[in-house]
Design a protein around this ligand. Structure first.
Ligand SMILES: *[C@@H]1O[C@H](CO)[C@@H](O)[C@H](O)[C@H]1NC(C)=O
Ligand SMILES: *[C@@H]1O[C@H](CO)[C@@H](O)[C@H](O)[C@H]1NC(C)=O
Ligand SMILES: *[C@@H]1O[C@H](CO)[C@@H](O)[C@H](O)[C@H]1NC(C)=O
Ligand SMILES: *[C@@H]1O[C@H](CO)[C@@H](O)[C@H](O)[C@H]1NC(C)=O
Length: 397
């Protein structure tokens, strides 16, 4: 009897020790500072790469060039003849821009795919296709999510017409909408896990877990070519502006994360910073309204369509305004707009619609950024598919 009690007590205490150890371990996972790590509740994974990008060259007159690819919408209507042709066209745009500009880095600015009703297997496949021109040229890149990259499943009305449900999505007429049918949509975590675990040239990072469902929140540091010092030249922040499976918004927790992170890496605001996300904030709408009929420093197309802003402003713009080091914000989402306008002490910019997928038939192109040091300067222009350049602007003033 006594032995049994003792055994039970031992077992109990053993379990408790394990539980405490697990808790402790979990806490270590949760408080770790590294943004590239994540724990999706099932597995955790790591990548050995750091978040530093180094400018090539010897310091004197060296520069770093970034191409922004926005709204590619790969995999859209993949079951029609139209979809795959658009993807080929988009590959051509990217290839043309990459060969003309020879950038050091590429930013995929969201809506990389149109994930509506794609099983995750296919979504990752299309995502990889969208990355392929960059990967083929050995250029590193980073990506963030737009509102079309992770979508809940929606029944398309034409699946109820005579052509019916595509066989590929539902192989068995007898299946009830479970796994066999893949009627699940995609998720940000699955997409990103695929990119991070399989693509060594990717600098994309998971945000800290407490920002979820918002995922692509991380910072990259551009360092000077001098190999002896890890001298930051510029910080690049990437944020997930939502949409798809959750509201189109940058949450107040995300803006708090930005405040914490920027204070940690750049406490005295002495190093220039730029910021990327997909859906314009409400400030873009205000800026566009103000310039109607006025002489301004704005460049680019401003009135092809209305600014489609986030649903709410939860403090992110205030955080940006507080930091004199923030030079510019870059968004996509509106396919017909490619302007840059001054706003307070920074610039608000659109990229240029790069993909043939998605709405609108405006000519395709890409925004290019050129960062130079000594003295620091940030210049930008748009490279069109047909090779022409326009809208050059200096954003570091
Ligand atoms: C999904 O991928 C499978 C296998 O690669 C392919 O046969 C199918 O056509 C794809 N479906 C869609 C909707 O792209
Ligand atoms: C549907 O599938 C279940 C289980 O897989 C099977 O028992 C049943 O006979 C099937 N019904 C039809 C109509 O094929
Ligand atoms: C920001 O920092 C404060 C103070 O250290 C901390 O309490 C808070 O949890 C942090 N928030 C985020 C989102 O990182
Ligand atoms: C290239 O495209 C631009 C704008 O998209 C257009 O204005 C220009 O005329 C085109 N140039 C050539 C040479 O086709």
């Amino acid at each position: 009897m006594a032995k049994e009690v003792l055994n039970r007590w031992a077992a109990h205490s053993y379990c408790r020790t394990i539980a405490i150890l697990l808790l402790f371990w979990r806490n270590i996972l949760v408080v770790r500072p590294e943004d590239r790590l994540a724990d999706d509740g099932v597995t955790s994974w790591k990548t050995p790469r750091d978040s530093y990008l180094r400018v090539a060259g010897d310091g004197e007159g060296s520069s770093f060039k970034v191409a922004l690819f926005a709204d590619l919408h790969f995999g859209e209507d993949a079951w029609t003849d139209w979809g795959p042709q658009q993807d080929l066209n988009s590959v051509n745009v990217m290839s043309t821009v990459l060969d003309a500009e020879n950038p050091d880095f590429v930013v995929y600015l969201g809506d990389v795919i149109t994930a509506n009703n794609l099983p995750i297997h296919n979504a990752s496949l299309y995502w990889d296709q969208a990355i392929s021109p960059t990967r083929a040229r050995n250029i590193p890149w980073a990506s963030l999510f737009g509102n079309h990259d992770d979508m809940p499943f929606e029944w398309p009305i034409d699946w109820f017409s005579s052509s019916g449900i595509p066989q590929i999505l539902c192989p068995s007429a007898n299946s009830s909408g479970g796994d066999e049918c893949s009627f699940k949509g995609t998720t940000r975590l699955e997409l990103m896990r695929n990119e991070i675990t399989h693509r060594p040239l990717s600098y994309t990072g998971f945000g800290p877990r407490d920002l979820w469902p918002s995922v692509s929140n991380y910072v990259l540091t551009l360092v000077s070519p001098n190999k002896d010092k890890k001298l930051p030249l510029m910080f690049m922040y990437f944020l997930d502006s939502g949409g798809g499976s959750y509201p189109e918004v940058i949450s107040s927790v995300q803006s708090e994360w930005f405040r914490n992170k920027s204070q940690e890496v750049n406490p005295d605001s002495s190093v220039p910073e730029i910021v990327f996300w997909h859906i314009p904030s409400k400030a873009y709408k205000k800026v566009a309204k103000k310039v109607v009929g006025k002489q301004t420093r704005c460049v680019g197309s401003m009135f092809q369509e209305q600014v489609a802003a986030q649903e709410a402003e939860m403090g992110m713009m205030k955080r940006l305004r507080e930091r004199p080091s923030v030079k510019a914000v870059f968004v996509g989402h509106n396919h017909g707009l490619d302007w840059c306008c001054p706003y307070e002490k920074m610039w608000l910019c659109y990229a240029r619609h790069t993909g043939y997928g998605g709405y609108g038939n405006w000519d395709r192109g890409a925004r290019i950024l050129e960062i130079s040091e000594e003295p620091f300067s940030l210049k930008s222009w748009i490279r069109m598919e047909n090779g022409t350049l326009h809208s050059e602007v200096v954003l570091s003033m």
